[in-house]
Structures are given as structure tokens and as C-alpha cells.
Design a binder for this molecule. Structure first.
Ligand SMILES: NC(=O)c1ccc[n+]([C@@H]2O[C@H](COP(=O)([O-])OP(=O)(O)OC[C@H]3O[C@@H](n4cnc5c(N)ncnc54)[C@H](O)[C@@H]3O)[C@@H](O)[C@H]2O)c1
Length: 405
């Protein structure tokens, strides 16, 4: 039996996927409200295909509880934020979960850390928990997750995976569990390599996004169309520049590169710069908005609305979102009347002046800053009438009223 610890954006779909492919699974989360919701038959976040997968897993017998189980395999998928001061990983959630696992885990149990951790985290923070508990019989494995919100169900089935283990034969056993649903290649390696590989993957993305964002700034200052420049440059057989945007959010790409900066402050210079470049984008959007407002004679911020709060399109995850960073920046600049905000994917109130209806949002607005390219608006500038648009995601075409980054 597999006990999945932490039923958030990663743990829940993983548990459901395993259960619906014949693995006996119990899902554990210490959030009793979350567990109650699942036990009432409802999922806890919006994700393409998740409700169907949930129904299949329930049929297959998955159960949810706040209790840790006595079983042979644990998969730990709890948060791994970074310390904003030191930039180092905050391993407290992983350590706490490990302590709880050890209270019930029988001799020989396998504990898979699925949470993203920086290289050496398992050696420095997890192994001591095991030795402090007087245990030497626990098999540690690190199996980082690569799926992207918005396409999680597909990617769980089709992404290649990495499994790091002290003992290759234990690695092979864990590989078999993941192979129950994963149709792609699963590489078994050692734990530190697996830790580093995951962080490197997200850092690679962050650096490449930062390059595109810097190009957007250069092109704007130099009076060039960055999208046309990238489109043509990408016709080169060895060039593949990503798209610029209003910043990087979410629990992965905007977080994991900091782990390397925190642990290798003398050497991770390029990585630090990329992080700062991406973190500067919400402020850049604000500057662009002010520039456009001045050019168009809009002097009242209450006539400007912000479309999109989530960190990417067609998900409900708002963690580290560029919009929230931009709102914070506005507060910092003492913008008296915060802009009206709307996101069709966000039901709860998390921003000041947030509304929950597109018509109510647009009513009386002269300009909209589009921060997220949700499917609702992609390729449909007409939804905004003749309002001035600052399209930070390049999803609304090239109309006279459409401005880019
Ligand atoms: N969200 C993503 O897109 C994504 C993608 C790949 C990897 N990851 C990594 O996966 C890990 C989990 O991220 P997430 O987005 O699922 O986080 P999350 O915050 O959505 O979920 C974590 C869950 O763990 C529970 N939890 C925390 N401590 C616990 C404990 N001691 N015992 C039981 N339950 C506990 C919380 O209540 C929460 O429900 C992180 O390391 C993250 O970096 C996330």
C-alpha cells in the first residue's frame, strides 16, 4: 500500500493516478477541511481532467484521511518554499512530514520525497531526522515531479521521470510503482543527482524566460517589435527563444532557482540575475501601463482594470502570481485607488477591488491590462470592446488599441 502525504496540487493528482492504475492508495493531509472535502466527493482545485480521474480513483478504492498509515511505501508531497532572507530552501514541511512518517513506518519502509528539494537537502535535513529517531532501516528515495498545472493529468501519464535512490534495487521498486501509470522513460539515479536535476530544470526555464523578458525591455526601449524579432530569430535552426511575459509565478520556477542562489551565493550569479529580471517584470508592466495612460490621456487609475490574477492561463493557482506582485507594487507606490481586478478562474476574494463578472469588470473601464491569457479571451480582443489594451501575454492580436510589453 502507498500512503501519499500532502494532497495539494501535486500529491492529489499523483495519488489519484496511482489508485486508478491499480495501486492501493491512502491519501493523507493534515488539513482536515481538505480531507473532508475529498471525502464528500469533491476535488479541491480546478484542473483539466481531475474530476474524472477522481471518480476513477474513488471507484478503485482510494481513501483520504488525516492519519498517517502503517504501510510499506510513503510518498511525501508537501510544500518546499524558500526563505525570503537567505534564499535557501525552507525544509520545515518535509522534515515535519518525515517525523510523522517515522512514527508509524514499519522496518524496511520506503519513503519517497516527491517535493522539490535543493541538492543536499535530503542529506542535511532528512537523514538526521531518521538517525535522531534511532532508525537505520528506512529506504530513502527522491522522485521529483515535473508536471505543469493546466496539463497535469496528461503530463503525469507522459512525462519522463527521475528517481534517485541510495539503493538501486529500491529505486527499481519505486520505478515499478510509477510505471503503473507513467508511459514515459523513468531514469534511476542517486539522490543528489535527482535533487539537482529537478532544480536545474526549473532554473533553465527561469533563465530562458528572463532572456525573453530582457529582450522585451530592450526592444521597447529601442523601438522594435519583440515578438517579430523572436519569431524571425526562432527560424534559426539552433535558436528557440521563449515568449516574454509579465513575470514568473507559481510554486516552482519562481522559487526553485533561489535554492541554488541561497546555497551557492558566490557562483550562482547568472541564476540570481535571471530571478531579479523576472521579478522586475510586474513593475515593468506598471511602467508600461503608466506610459500608455499618459499617451492616451487616461489620468484616473479607476478607469484601468487588470484581467487575470493566476500565475498562468487556465489554472486557479495564484501563488507568487505577477498580478499579485504588481498590486503589491502599486500599494508600494501609494496608488490611492486600486485598479479593478477580474479573473474567471478565481472565485474567492484575494485582491482589493476584485469583481466576479466580466461585464461588471469592464463597466466604465477605458483600459485593461491583460496579465493572463486565459482561453476565455485568447484571440478574442472584441470581448474588451474598443478599450485600450496592454496585452502582456501577446494573446489579443495587433489591433490599433492593443499595446504590448
Ligand atoms: N504545484 C506545482 O506545479 C508543482 C510542480 C512540480 C513540483 N512541485 C513541488 O511539489 C511539492 C508540493 O507542492 P504543491 O504545489 O502540491 O503544494 P500544495 O501547497 O498545493 O500542497 C501541499 C499539501 O501538503 C499538506 N501538508 C503540508 N505538511 C503536511 C504534513 N506534515 N502532513 C500532511 N500534510 C501536509 C498541505 O496541507 C497541502 O495540502 C513542492 O515541493 C513543489 O515544489 C509543485
Amino acid at each position: 500500500m502507498v500512503n501519499v502525504i500532502g494532497l495539494g496540487y501535486i500529491g492529489l493528482p499523483t495519488a489519484l493516478m496511482m489508485a486508478s492504475h491499480g495501486v492501493e492508495v491512502v491519501g493523507t493531509d493534515y488539513d482536515s477541511e481538505l480531507v473532508a472535502t475529498l471525502n464528500e466527493g469533491r476535488t479541491t482545485f480546478k484542473e483539466e481532467g481531475l474530476d474524472e480521474l477522481f471518480a476513477e480513483a474513488i471507484k478503485a478504492g482510494i481513501t483520504f484521511t488525516t492519519e498517517y498509515q502503517v504501510c510499506d511505501t510513503y510518498i511525501v508531497s508537501v510544500p518546499t518554499p524558500y526563505d525570503k532572507q537567505t534564499k535557501k530552501i525552507d525544509s520545515a514541511y518535509v522534515v515535519a512530514a518525515m517525523k510523522s512518517v517515522l512514527e508509524v513506518a514499519p522496518d524496511g519502509a520506503i519513503v519517497v520525497i516527491e517535493s522539490t528539494v535543493s541538492p543536499n537537502t535530503i542529506d542535511r535535513f532528512v537523514r538526521p531526522v531518521i538517525s535522531d529517531a534511532g532508525r537505520s532501516d528506512v529506504n530513502l528515495v527522491h522522485a521529483p515531479e515535473r508536471i505543469i498545472p493546466g496539463n497535469m493529468v496528461y503530463e503525469l501519464l507522459h512525462n519522463n521521470r527521475t528517481i534517485g535512490a541510495d539503493d538501486p534495487s529500491v529505486g527499481e521498486m519505486v520505478k515499478e510503482i510509477y510505471a503503473s501509470f507513467c508511459q514515459a522513460e523513468i531514469t534511476v539515479t542517486d539522490i543528489r543527482t535527482a535533487e539537482m536535476t529537478k532544480v536545474v530544470e526549473n532554473t533553465y526555464r527561469d533563465i530562458n524566460i528572463a532572456f525573453a523578458n530582457e529582450l522585451a525591455k530592450i526592444c521597447h526601449v529601442g523601438g522594435m517589435d519583440v515578438y517579430e524579432v523572436i519569431r524571425i530569430a526562432n527560424k534559426h535552426p539552433r535558436v528557440n527563444i521563449l515568449s516574454p511575459g509579465p513575470g514568473v509565478g507559481g510554486h516552482c520556477i519562481s522559487v526553485d532557482p533561489w535554492f541554488l542562489v541561497g546555497d551557492f551565493p558566490e557562483t550562482a550569479n547568472f541564476i540570481r540575475l535571471a530571478r531579479h529580471t523576472n521579478d522586475s517584470m510586474p513593475e515593468w508592466v506598471l511602467e508600461r501601463a503608466l506610459e500608455i495612460m499618459r499617451a492616451k490621456g487616461i489620468d484616473d487609475a479607476s478607469k484601468v482594470g487588470i484581467y487575470g490574477i493566476t500565475y498562468k492561463e487556465d489554472v486557479d493557482d495564484v501563488r507568487e502570481s505577477p498580478t499579485l506582485q504588481m498590486l503589491e507594487s502599486m500599494e508600494h507606490h501609494l496608488v490611492a485607488d486600486p485598479c479593478r481586478v477580474y479573473d474567471p478562474w478565481v472565485d474567492n476574494d484575494i485582491a482589493p477591488n476584485q469583481v466576479h463578472d466580466m461585464d461588471e469588470f469592464l463597466d466604465g473601464l477605458e483600459m485593461v491590462i491583460v496579465m493572463v491569457g486565459h482561453s476565455q479571451i485568447k484571440g478574442r480582443p472584441e470581448l474588451f470592446g474598443d478599450r485600450i489594451l496592454l496585452d502582456t501575454r501577446n494573446v489579443l492580436g495587433n489591433g490599433d488599441n492593443v499595446f504590448k510589453l
